[in-house]
Design a protein around this ligand. Structure first.
Ligand code: FES
Ligand code: FES
Length: 169
């Protein structure tokens, strides 16, 4: 392990970025400070709250306790990689539709974790949604709306799939 800065090549939201940093730097710092990707939030900084969640090769990962070195050669997806302001990802749209936020600080982690769940399991039960999100903390207590948002997201994604299948058939 070295404390010297090195050229680190990160693949974030499909684009390649080169940053000069110590390989042990938390990934969250590079995303927010060097790449201006502020979707992932700094909450506890200890891997406990989930506010900083990104996907590493599709797996929800706490960027505050993941070093840049661990992310090298892997596909990093942040909230910014899901949708755009004019074309939201169905999970983002569902969270808006269900008004599943008060302060909104936890939402990055909730949305990224939900996205990974729905990629794996397009029709999760309420119990599965609750279990998957149980390690993402929401201080505002919007859990009921958040679970509803994930259910709605599953419906939106299913409808999208039906439209695509219909267009193909
Ligand atoms: S800020 Fe990373 S888990 Fe809380
Ligand atoms: S909406 Fe405030 S922490 Fe979840």
């Amino acid at each position: 392990m070295t404390n010297r800065a090195a050229r680190l090549v990160l693949t974030v939201n499909g684009a390649t970025h080169v940053v000069d940093a110590v390989a042990q730097t938390p990934l969250l710092y590079l995303l927010r400070n060097d790449l201006a990707l502020n979707g992932p939030k700094f909450g506890c900084g200890l891997g406990e709250c989930g506010a900083c969640t990104v996907l590493l090769d599709g797996i929800p990962t706490r960027a505050c306790v993941t070093t840049a070195e661990v992310a090298l050669g892997r596909e990093i997806t942040t909230l910014e990689g899901l949708g755009t302001r004019t074309a939201l990802h169905p999970v983002q749209q569902a969270f808006i539709d269900e008004q599943a936020a008060q302060c909104g600080y936890c939402l990055n982690g909730m949305i990224m974790t939900a996205k990974a769940l729905l990629d794996r399991d397009p029709h999760p039960s309420v119990a599965t949604i609750q279990r998957e999100l149980s390690r993402n903390l929401c201080r505002c207590g919007t859990h009921v709306e958040i679970v509803r948002a994930v259910q709605r997201a599953a419906q939106l994604l299913a409808a999208q799939t039906d439209v695509h299948d219909g267009a193909r058939g």
